[in-house]
Ligand binder design. Structure first.
Ligand code: GDP
Ligand code: MN
Length: 385
């Protein structure tokens, strides 16, 4: 789960990580008022779960309170397109007003879980403010990394190594070390998957401040962080994913045309691979899990059919704990209720497979039954071409 910049900054403050003063504005008048409190100037920032807002027009400087009110009106409700949103952009529901700071240098900082070493890794660079992917590509030597030993935590020498690598000295150096230690504590205690501060700013006064912050959490740990879960913003999630989570189904939106209903993550991967292998491309996959009920299967099928990108559906279920007749009934009921306008290929295998196939055949519905996985992939790709 990801959260907004203003929420991330609330967490940073809880952990005594320095960040500029800022508040969400509820109205243009509010934006004007907050800007007055900040001494007459502010930075008006659109809150969406995507970066690159600055270049896309989602971060603007207000030279006076009236201008802040005007920018608020411009930004709230606008569809913001940035490098990270895709062409369709994201609608801005929340506008954050930040107290401006005098920037001396913009740096980059991120804690993330490195899969190769299975450890929390701290990445930093003197090239802040710009996209880090670009730095990684063109000047990889400008990215410094330390890998944190989970038993020791971020050690003093590692924090100093980063601060030194960022070219800091004196007071800023000490402040950066404290900043890193506090941020690491937040990362671990809140079960984060990623904390990115870009830019980390050194002000003209030598302060070390998080000017922007992006935090992603490990979904599997959210149950123990009700405070974080309260930050969830459904506006930022695909409608189908929200609908699926209501029924304890895992729905992942992708950008192809074939909807996939499967059980188990491994089978999801296998299904997507074989669709790709045969020249198709998945629009989504919905994992109904191990012991899904007929009702869950029905909901799953309905959710897939509601995805407008879906030009055909491939059902690939291995009946272990799950019985194939239950799957078949779920599909048939969903199809009868909603109607199916796209080709549906079903591949069932395992417990009660014959009953399952019979239910599909007797349904009178136009379902294509496949004899094996390869056959299913070929049929759905052919039917959607
Ligand atoms: P992003 O583009 O979505 O990553 O949004 P950021 O919050 O990182 O803002 C983009 C850029 O706007 C930063 O890199 C800064 O250069 C600039 N910016 C943001 N806030 C301030 C501020 O308070 N003062 C100044 N001078 N520049 C700011
Ligand atoms: Mn940024």
């Amino acid at each position: 789960m990801n959260i907004h910049e203003y929420q991330a900054k609330e967490l940073l403050r809880q952990y005594k990580v320095a960040t500029p003063d800022g508040r969400v504005a509820e109205s243009a008048e509010d934006a004007r008022q907050i800007t007055k409190e900040f001494g007459g100037q502010s930075v008006v920032k659109a809150q969406i779960h995507a970066g690159g807002r600055g270049k896309g027009g989602g971060v603007k400087f207000a030279t006076d309170p009236d201008k802040a009110a005007e920018l608020f009106k411009q930004m709230s409700g606008m569809t913001l397109v940035t490098k990270q949103t895709g062409a369709e952009g994201r609608k801005v529901h929340t506008v954050f007003i930040s107290n401006p700071v005098d920037i001396e240098r913009e740096l980059y900082l991120a804690f993330l879980v490195d899969r190769a070493s299975s450890r929390v890794t701290l990445m930093a660079s003197t090239e802040g403010g710009v996209e880090i992917e670009e730095v990684a590509e063109k000047t990889p030597e400008k990215i410094i990394r330390v890998i944190v030993d989970p038993a020791l935590g971020l050690s003093g020498f590692q924090a100093r190594q980063i601060a030194f690598g960022l070219g800091l000295s004196g007071d800023s150096f000490k402040k950066a070390v404290t900043f890193l230690n506090n941020l690491y504590r937040l990362f671990v205690e809140k079960d984060c998957a990623m904390v990115e501060v870009n830019p980390l700013v050194i002000t003209k006064q030598g302060e070390v401040i998080a000017l922007d912050a992006k935090i992603g959490f490990d979904d599997n740990a959210l149950f123990r962080h009700p405070d974080v879960l309260a930050y969830r913003d459904l506006n930022e999630e695909a409608a189908e994913e929200i609908e699926a989570s209501k029924f304890n189904l895992n729905f992942i939106k992708l950008d192809g045309t074939i909807g996939c209903m499967v059980n188990g993550a491994g089978l999801a991967m296998g299904t997507m691979d074989i669709i790709k292998y045969h020249g198709g491309s998945p629009a989504n996959f919905l994992d109904v899990g191990g012991g899904a009920t007929e009702e869950a299967v029905k909901n799953a099928f309905r959710i897939i059919l509601q995805d407008h990108a879906v030009k055909g559906v491939m059902v690939n279920i291995f009946g272990g704990i799950m019985r194939c007749d239950i799957v078949a009934n779920g599909i048939v009921n969903a199809a009868k209720e909603i109607g199916i306008a796209v080709p549906v290929v079903v591949r069932l295998e395992g417990t009660n497979v014959e009953e399952g196939k019979k239910i599909l055949a007797d349904s009178g519905l136009n379902l294509i039954v496949a004899k094996d996985l390869k056959d299913a992939a070929e049929k759905i790709v052919a039917a959607t071409k």
